[in-house]
Ligand binder design. Structure first.
Ligand code: FES
Length: 115
């Protein structure tokens, strides 16, 4: 049996800005899935009006973190409860399982993720 979710690749860093939506489109405390052209995904979060982007797939069994619940700057994987700080990708459950964190830039009211 494979893992629950297949797409666990980390988006490759290319130094490219990707426009993902207008400021205000994502409510505070929520996450959104950003699909990249190559099939990879990033989870974008709005935490108190600040945007943060990390890999979307939980390193435990691959559940999408964008769909999981946030507690302040912490996202808790809905499947088994692993916790991550969306501000830096740090895994609070298992230090060796931290996630890639991507810079988010706001320009002209557009949210852009630097991949
Ligand atoms: S898939 Fe198990 S904690 Fe996220």
């Amino acid at each position: 049996m494979g893992k629950l979710y297949k797409n666990k690749r980390k988006p490759k860093r290319e130094g490219k800005k990707i426009k993902v939506g207008k400021v205000g489109a994502l409510p505070e405390g929520r996450g959104a899935t950003v699909q990249l052209k190559d099939g990879n995904e990033v989870a974008l979060f709005n935490i108190d009006g600040n945007y943060h982007a990390i890999e979307n797939f939980c390193p435990h069994k691959g559940f999408p973190l964008a769909d999981s619940r946030t507690y302040g700057s912490i996202v808790e994987c809905d499947l088994h409860g692993w916790r991550f700080d969306v501000r830096n990708g740090q895994c609070l459950t298992k230090a060796s399982c931290s996630l890639e964190h991507y810079e988010v830039v706001i320009e002209d009211d557009w949210i852009q993720i630097v991949i």
